[in-house]
Design a protein around this ligand. Structure first.
Ligand code: G6P
Length: 623
């Protein structure tokens, strides 16, 4: 939800700012802007509506030279996506320019107060109050003459700190000061921010991806920190401006992980990366000898883990679908009661939660505001919390008591694909782990381990459905409604298949338990509404076949995902997609692959922007 960047050093700032914004574009893409300090202590601002490409074009036509600057790509919350509402925003007199990611909840009160003092606002955003507050503080401080020996940067820090202390809400911020062409100030509270450390230069960004190719040294700022960044130095302070020690870590991201690598879209690249991302999620986490899983970062003793009597899985969007499969798996193999909660509901619902409950927050980005909020609420109530995240160093990963990283590599397409299968895989490993601690026999554990090992190659085979799926996309891509139906382990896959289609092709799609369909959605069935049935072999096979017949009897076209060798479904369905067989619990990880491809090809045929669907953002850092 909004991406921000900053640069200070000796290279052309716009080069890094624009490339960085392109890498952060998944966070929002309705308008963009940069502010660059020119040699004459002047701050030049350029903003455009629409994608970053529009900004790139504008700057190519009329460059903004300078070696210190800030940039922003917006996902609108307050005020429509106009040029006036695009960032950077300036404080009165242009003394300060800011870029902001987050939401200021009390902006209206602050705005009215500033307006009563004569400040004039030029946007409808909540962010502009921050620029005006800092400008007001600078004006106040400038009335006191600078003392001999006074640190010239201290005033700026004080002006920023005083402004921050008035804000209620979340922010990742970078400030550029007209009178101080030698520094940037960055601050974070609830929105992610990192600093890249170079030689004679520093970079600021919402996440690590813009730094790739520029530096491999990174500092993850934490909440309430304020950083004063010059070309040669980085000083990190706490909210009272007391200096805090910061760790410079190695950035483990490579250029090929953030580039398209020959694919036409990130989503397609990420779908095809799944055999590899699953291997990475498993690496070092299977103990053959004990037929169980091992995790390094749970930070809980075996006694604490054994005493877990209930698990809550909380998440949003696709991660919630993975959580639902996690519930089925944990209950099946570990026999622990599990609840799956939408994070946005859990944080305000106040359900009774027993003492020995373990809470998992599941989030690809590790920044989703609702999931973070639910995690904090559970922590506040004294429960142990663990994170399942992909982005290393993200807020959720930092705030949980421990956790498991997906190691899926950066997921850039807004519609989540490889993170979903990795989340499902990590949850399956957890089911094995908790199961082996309790009731699951060595033999049963071994069988699960064998299935884990076979998964990457089965997914590779499932990817070979691509041509057939493209053909079906042409046949069904003009429909306005779809049903996705599956039972048991494949119900979450049906939900996820429907979500993919909705997200990127804007076609209405409903995921439903196949049998529940007759209690409502069956009314939608007609010859123009395709139903995608997931019909793997297994003990609900015959039941799903009956549901399929119910749809056929009402003239609804049926596309069925079936296991190789299945003959019965082909006799009934209009079209079938054959995938390899696995144990029933692992089948959804395979079945989701053609469903991801189906959404991709339909969206492409309909001329939709696959990687940046309208109205969505990859990481939703507002409630
Ligand atoms: C947004 C994205 C979804 C994603 C959800 C949760 O809505 O558009 O694709 O599933 O957030 O994201 P998370 O990073 O917490 O998994």
């Amino acid at each position: 939800m909004c991406g921000i960047v900053g640069y200070i050093g000796s290279r052309d700032a716009t080069e890094f700012l624009l490339e960085g914004l392109q890498r952060l574009e998944y966070r929002g893409y309705d308008s963009a802007g940069i502010a660059v300090m020119t040699g004459e202590q002047d701050v030049l601002v350029r903003k455009t509506t629409g994608r970053i490409d529009c900004l790139v074009k504008s700057i190519a036509e009329s460059p903004l030279p300078g070696s210190i600057g800030i940039g922003h790509t917006r996902w609108a919350t307050h005020g429509p996506p106009t040029e006036a509402n695009a960032h950077p925003h300036l404080g009165r007199g242009g003394v300060v320019a800011i870029v902001h990611n987050g939401v200021i909840e009390n902006y209206q009160v602050l705005k009215e107060q500033l307006e009563s003092e004569g400040f004039v606002f030029s946007s409808a955003t909540d962010s502009e109050v921050i620029a005006q507050l800092v400008a007001a503080n600078l004006e106040k401080l400038s009335r006191t003459p600078i003392q001999n020996g006074e640190d010239p940067h201290q005033r700026l820090l004080e002006a920023v700190q005083a402004a921050l202390s008035e804000l209620r809400g979340t922010y990742g911020l970078v400030f550029l000061f007209r009178e101080h062409p030698d520094l940037l100030i960055a601050a974070r509270q609830g929105s992610p921010l990192v600093v890249g450390v170079g030689v004679g230069e520093h970079f600021v960004a919402s996440d690590a991806s813009p730094l790739v190719g520029y530096t491999d040294k990174i500092v993850y700022l934490t909440d309430h920190q304020i950083a004063l960044v010059t070309a040669d130095s980085l000083r990190v302070a706490n909210r009272d401006l007391g200096r805090v020690k910061h760790n410079v870590e190695n950035l483990l991201l490579h250029a090929n992980e953030v580039s398209l690598g020959g694919y036409s879209h990130y989503m397609l690249k990420e779908i095809f990366e799944q055999p590899e991302s699953l291997k990475n999620a498993m690496r070092g986490r299977i103990c053959e000898e004990d037929a169980t899983a091992v995790f390094g970062g749970l930070n809980l003793t075996p006694q604490q883990l054994r005493s877990v009597n209930r698990i809550i899985l909380t998440a949003c969007g696709t991660s919630w679908h993975a959580a639902l499969l996690g519930e089925y798996l944990l209950e099946e193999f570990a026999r622990i009661p599990v609840e799956v909660e939408y994070a946005s509901e859990l944080r305000y619902r106040n359900p009774p939660v027993e003492h020995d409950t373990l809470v998992f927050a599941i989030s690809q980005s590790g920044e989703t505001a609702d999931t973070l909020g639910a995690l904090r609420e559970m922590k506040r109530k004294g429960h142990r919390t663990l994170a399942i995240c992909n982005v290393v160093g993200s807020s959720i990963a930092q705030e949980a008591d421990g956790g498991v990283y997906l190691h899926a590599g950066p997921e850039i397409g807004v519609a989540s694909t490889k993170a979903f299968t990795s989340q499902c895989l990590v949850l399956s490993l957890l089911a094995l782990y908790f199961g082996r601690m309790r009731h699951l026999s060595y033999d049963a554990g071994q069988r699960l381990v064998e299935t884990f090992h076979s998964l990457p190659s089965l997914i590779r085979q499932a990817l070979q459905t691509d041509d057939e799926v493209r053909r079906l996309a042409r046949k069904y891509g003009s429909a306005n409604n779809f049903l996705y139906l599956g039972r048991q382990f494949n119900f979450p896959a049906a939900l996820e298949g429907a979500l993919k289609l909705k997200e990127i092709s804007y076609i209405h799609a409903e995921g439903y338990p196949a049998a529940e369909m007759k209690h409502g959605p069956i009314a939608l069935v007609d010859e123009r509404t395709p139903s995608v049935f997931i019909v793997p072999k297994g003990f609900v096979y015959d039941k799903v076949m009956s549901n399929l017949q119910e749809v056929k009897a009402r003239g609804g076209p049926v596309i069925a995902i079936v296991e190789n060798g299945d003959k019965r479904v082909a006799e009934l369905a209009d079209d079938i997609i054959r995938v390899p067989s696995a144990d029933d619990w692992a089948q959804p990880l395979i079945n989701i692959v053609p469903l991801q491809l189906l959404a991709y090809h339909i969206a492409l045929l309909r001329g939709c922007d696959v990687d940046k669907p309208r109205n969505l953002a990859k990481s939703v850092t507002v409630e």
